[in-house]
Unconditional design. Structure first.
Length: 262
C-alpha cells in the first residue's frame, strides 16, 4: 500500500491521478495539495502525456478542505507554497495552468475544494450518488479556490448564488441539469466512463487538442475578441506539423490517425 496521498499512473497517454486518503473521506490536506500539484506538473511537461484523469479512491471524492491545516495559510492571506515543478490544480493563475485537458470523475461527497477542483477541469463525470456542496459559509469563511468566479460562468449568476449563499447540497441530477457535470453514471462505472473519455481525447491530435483548450480559455478569461484574434495565428504552426500531414493521410487512407504530437 503506497504512502502517497495522490497515486499517479500512466496509461495510454493518460495520466491517472487518484486521491488516496479514503479513511478520511479524502479530506484535502496540504500533502494532497502539493502531491496533486506535482502530478499536474508532470502532465504538463511530459510530451507522452495527452490528457489527465482526476478521481478518488473509496466511496467519496472529498469531504473538502482539512481546514485546520489550511487555516494558518488563509490567516496569512496566501495559499501553501508549491514544490518546484508543481502546477496549482485549482488553476487560479491563467499564466501557469496545465496546458492539457483534465477529465474528472466524482462520487459520494464532493465538498468545497472538490467543486473548485472540478471547476478547473474540462470534462466531468459524476456518479448518481454524488452530493456536491460549497459549504464554506457554514464554517465561517467563503470559497477562495475559484468557486465564486467559475461557478457562475458554468451555471449562471442566480444558480451559482443559490448554492454559494445557502451552502445547500447539489444532487448529481441537478449538477447535470445545470451543466456542472457532463455525464452521470452508476457509481460502479463512473471511473470507466471518465477513463473512456480521457482515452478518446488522448487519441486525437495533441496539437489540435491543446490549441482548442487554449482558444477556449482565452475566450473565457480575456473575451471573445482576444480569442478570435488568435485563431488563425495559432493555426499556422499546426499546419506545418507532422500531425497535420498524418491527419490528412489517415483520412485519405480511411484509417485511424497515429498522432505523435509533433
Amino acid at each position: 500500500m503506497t504512502g502517497k496521498k495522490v497515486i499517479v499512473e500512466e496509461k495510454n497517454h493518460v495520466l491517472m491521478m487518484e486521491l488516496n486518503r479514503p479513511e478520511k473521506r479524502n479530506a484535502f490536506d496540504l500533502d494532497m495539495y502539493r502531491e496533486l500539484s506535482m502530478a499536474y506538473g508532470e502532465l504538463n511537461r511530459n510530451p507522452d502525456l495527452r490528457c489527465g484523469l482526476l478521481f478518488a479512491r473509496g466511496d467519496h471524492f472529498t469531504a473538502g478542505l482539512d481546514l485546520p491545516e489550511w487555516a494558518p495559510w488563509f490567516t496569512k492571506g496566501c495559499f501553501p507554497d508549491l514544490p518546484g515543478g508543481g502546477i496549482d490544480p485549482l488553476g487560479l493563475d491563467e499564466a501557469n495552468r496545465v496546458l492539457k485537458p483534465v477529465v474528472m470523475a466524482v462520487q459520494g461527497v464532493c465538498f468545497t475544494i472538490g467543486i473548485e477542483l472540478l471547476l478547473a477541469t474540462d470534462i466531468r463525470v459524476a456518479a448518481t450518488d454524488t452530493r456536491f456542496g460549497q459549504i464554506e459559509i457554514k464554517r465561517g469563511i467563503y470559497p477562495v479556490g475559484g468557486a465564486t468566479i467559475r461557478l457562475m460562468q458554468e451555471v449562471g449568476w442566480g444558480n451559482a448564488m443559490r448554492y454559494l449563499l445557502t451552502a445547500d447540497e447539489i444532487s448529481a441530477g441537478d449538477a447535470w441539469r445545470l451543466g456542472l457535470v457532463q455525464e452521470i453514471t452508476e457509481p460502479i462505472t463512473v471511473f470507466e466512463k471518465a477513463l473512456a473519455i480521457a482515452q478518446t481525447i488522448a487519441k486525437q491530435s495533441p496539437l489540435g487538442v491543446q490549441a482548442t483548450l487554449k482558444s477556449g480559455r482565452i475566450a473565457r478569461s480575456q473575451g471573445d475578441r482576444a480569442a478570435i484574434e488568435r485563431l488563425l495565428p495559432d493555426l499556422v504552426p499546426i499546419m506545418k506539423s507532422e500531425d497535420f500531414k498524418e491527419g490528412i493521410q489517415s483520412f485519405l487512407e480511411r484509417r485511424d490517425a497515429d498522432f505523435k504530437g509533433v
